[in-house]
Design a protein around this ligand. Structure first.
Ligand SMILES: Nc1ncnc2c1ncn2[C@@H]1O[C@H](COP(=O)(O)OP(=O)(O)OP(=O)(O)O)[C@@H](O)[C@H]1O
Length: 294
């Protein structure tokens, strides 16, 4: 569905943020993008929706070459890509419902949105989405009266209201406590499955990535150095991605994450000692990219 081929980005400052990125994201796949600070994760996500212009390469969403689009066609293509942000990007003085409806700004005309007159079907769908994310009771609350987790749920509902084919998610849990982070990641995963939505999630928390993603891509220095399943993310590979560190405690966390993930998928409780498991979802073959350095 989404295919990046030979994508490079060099900023005017000379920083080479991405080098020869080859990536294909099938419909319905949740992909976590991990890597150290400065690895190029945000740049990659922003190249896809053209908030950052790739220097070279091809980015295709289904049959559309995104890198060549301008004006109206670019706006149209962006509607197919829902963005969810770390800092939620809500309008504080507006209600929950109005924030969700702003997901339709790309569809309704300027004057209708200025007058805040949205089509009835948009309001019905916004209500349905707010129910789905567990916020129907709060639709007339001001956004600034919500907790971080609730604000992120509004951000998710807003992104879904634009009926995207793909979600681009930038550090969705960075400002949330561990339990709320899991709830948000679980919700994203469920929604992607329900709607057959592909998602790229830029995330620093490796345990969360392992628990909730179908696939993990590791970036280092603007290059893909790992592309595989959560189960294939060994301590050696973590060292390849992040550099030398004692990963043993994280490995234990990650085994627990795998067990938890299995419990989530089957709806059963599980203990921390269960072995790591693969889910039934189709997964790419793990590979350590050639030339990856430690
Ligand atoms: N607007 C910009 N102008 C110049 N260089 C930039 C710009 N944005 C990012 N860079 C550089 O590009 C590289 C990749 O940055 P990017 O923000 O994509 O990394 P990241 O993996 O998302 O990092 P973090 O996890 O800290 O957000 C870094 O060297 C960064 O300094």
């Amino acid at each position: 569905m989404l295919t990046l081929s030979g994508v490079c980005k060099r900023y005017p400052t000379g920083d080479r943020a991405l080098t020869d990125i080859e990536l294909s994201l099938p419909r319905g796949q949740v992909m976590a993008l991990i890597g150290p600070s400065g690895a190029g994760k945000s740049t990659l996500i922003r190249c896809v929706n053209r908030l950052v212009e790739p220097t070279s390469g091809s980015i295709r969403l289904d049959d559309t070459e995104l890198t060549r689009l301008t004006g109206r066609k670019l706006r149209q293509a962006r509607r197919a890509m829902g963005m969810i942000f770390q800092e939620y990007a809500l309008v504080d003085r507006l209600s929950v419902m109005e924030n969700v409806l702003s997901g339709r700004l790309g569809y309704v005309g300027f004057w209708r949105s200025f007058m805040r007159r949205y089509p009835e079907d948009a309001v019905v769908e916004a209500f349905r989405l707010l129910e789905r994310v567990g916020l129907a009771h709060a639709l007339d609350k001001r956004a600034d009266a919500l907790s971080g987790g609730q604000r992120q749920r509004v951000g998710i509902a807003r992104a879904l209201l634009q009926s995207p084919r793909l979600l681009l998610i930038d550090e969705p849990t960075a400002s949330l406590d561990p339990k709320t982070s899991r709830q948000i990641m679980r919700l994203i995963r469920e929604l992607c499955a329900e709607r057959e939505l592909g998602a790229i999630i830029n995330i620093h928390d490796v345990a969360l990535a392992r628990q909730f993603a179908d696939r993990i891509v590791g970036l280092r220095g603007g290059k893909i150095v790992f592309d595989g399943t959560p189960a294939a993310l060994s301590t050696d590979i973590l060292t390849t991605i992040y550099g030398e560190e004692d990963w043993s405690t994280d490995a234990n966390d990650d085994q627990q994450a795998d067990a938890q993930r299995k419990a989530d998928d089957t709806g059963q409780a599980s203990g921390p000692t269960e072995p790591s498991v693969a889910t039934d979802a189709p997964r790419p073959a793990p590979r350590l990219a050639a030339g990856a350095s430690r």
